[in-house]
Design a binder for this molecule. Structure first.
Ligand code: FAD
Length: 383
């Protein structure tokens, strides 16, 4: 029996909606299956803002992908007719030998990216909300800024549907099988059984359940985002004069934050980068406790004294972290007709459209011109 679909995409969050968009734009017959509704807050792609930047302290290998992601985000804004990026500038702050500063500088130098180095006095003069220690410096990148995750996912879903993709919501995949001899895949949901030539698996925090046979030890982490009403109002925190920032202390703890982008009553968002607790999508505690909020206010207040006025809200989100914090993007090692994208380790959103392009390449041609060697699952002792 001939399949109605060339490709099924499992999960329509950040990465899956990008894959559906790129696949449908190339003329593939696409079915997207999503457990929840379109643009939801149960996974990893919600909360109003994500940092984007190019001087990437996680490694220079990411920079070519970032340059392409910037182009594709611009294209997405044009095609969908909505604003997604706000490039308000970004500061990577810490001691000169911190991962945040030294790593960012390494990528900037390796790829000739425009940047400035500011000492503590220069930081205070240009950005008066920030109170660095005398031994802290910053790499400033004018093209850093933020992306709106909900607008990104909505735009990609809209374009995918307009290009003919069938997108089914409230329809979780309960089972998938790669058919022997490379004869495509069979995907089961409570509503139906579907066949297709290829399956793209973008399960976010459900990776341990959907991709157990990859053999990659994923850790699902509960993370909290906090919105504070600054003391004295949001004016000094508005994006015309306030950058995004990642700030590493002497112990290696990183916080990151955003300008106030939600109007005078919306506050400014701040969070710890990697201070999560282990959870599963079923067991995550979605309540944010007063002691956590006090810890965030104290840590942020020591650096941005006016930020933590009143706590307006706090929302949980999940990271899917690999042991080396690099992504997993590859053909499934055991099934050539399956492609996987997961383990984004808390830093995937800025790559969303380029991951969509890579997934479309892999699903339709088996290979991609993009450098994805770093993301092969076998590096982690998997199959
Ligand atoms: C608090 C927080 C802050 C972050 N900050 C940044 C940042 O500043 N910059 C940055 O670049 N990145 C950031 N990230 C990381 C980034 O947001 C993630 O890497 C990215 O959103 C992951 O996208 P995804 O598609 O893998 O997951 P998701 O968007 O969660 O999508 C997975 C989808 O799969 C669906 N699904 C799962 N199982 C099934 C099934 N069986 N059947 C059907 N559907 C299924 C889920 O419902 C979900 O919609 C942050 C993440 C968090 C949580």
């Amino acid at each position: 029996m001939a399949s109605r679909y060339d490709v099924i995409v499992l999960g329509l969050g950040g990465m899956g909606s990008a894959a559906a968009d790129h696949l449908a734009a190339r003329g593939a017959r696409v079915l997207g299956l999503e457990r929840f509704g379109p643009v939801h807050d149960r996974g990893s792609s919600h909360g109003g803002s994500r940092i984007t930047r190019q001087s990437y302290f996680e490694g220079p290998d990411y920079v070519p992908l970032l340059l392409r992601a910037y182009e594709l985000y611009e294209r997405l804004e044009r095609e969908a007719g909505r604003a997604i990026a706000l490039l308000c500038g970004g500061l990577m702050i810490g001691r000169p030998d911190s991962t945040t500063v030294a790593g960012s500088l390494r990528s900037a130098t390796a790829h000739g990216l425009p940047h400035e180095l500011l000492d503590a006095k220069e930081i205070r003069a240009r950005f008066p909300t920030l109170a660095p220690q005398d031994d802290e410096i910053a790499l400033y990148e004018a093209r850093a800024g933020l992306l709106r995750p909900e607008a990104t996912v909505a735009a990609q879903l809209k374009l995918a549907a307009a290009a003919g993709a069938d997108l089914h919501y409230q329809e979780p995949v309960t089972d998938w099988t790669a058919l022997p001899g490379g004869r495509g895949v069979r995907v089961t949901t409570p509503d139906d059984v579907y066949t297709a030539g290829h399956l793209v698996v973008c399960p976010g925090a459900w990776a341990p359940e959907q991709l157990a046979d990859l053999g990659v030890p994923f850790t699902i982490e509960r993370q909290v985002m906090y919105w504070f009403a600054p003391v004295g109002g949001t004016a000094p925190f508005e994006p015309e004069r306030h950058p995004v920032y990642i700030w590493e202390d002497a112990a290696g703890t990183q916080i990151y934050g955003f300008p106030a982008i939600e109007g005078p009553d919306g506050g400014a968002k701040v969070a710890f980068f990697r201070k999560g607790s282990v959870c599963t999508p079923d067991t995550i505690d979605r309540t944010v406790h007063p002691r956590e909020a006090r810890e965030m206010a104290a840590h942020a207040g020591a650096r941005l004294p006016d930020l933590p006025g009143r706590l307006l809200r706090a929302v949980t989100c999940m990271y899917t972290t690999t042991p080396d914090e690099h992504f997993v993007i590859a053909p499934h090692p055991a099934h050539e007709q399956v492609t996987v994208a997961c383990g984004f380790s808390g830093h995937g959103f800025k790559f969303v459209p380029v991951v969509g392009e890579i997934l479309a390449d892999l699903a339709l041609t088996g290979t991609t011109p993009h450098p994805i060697e770093l993301f092969r699952p076998s590096r982690l002792g998997g199959r």
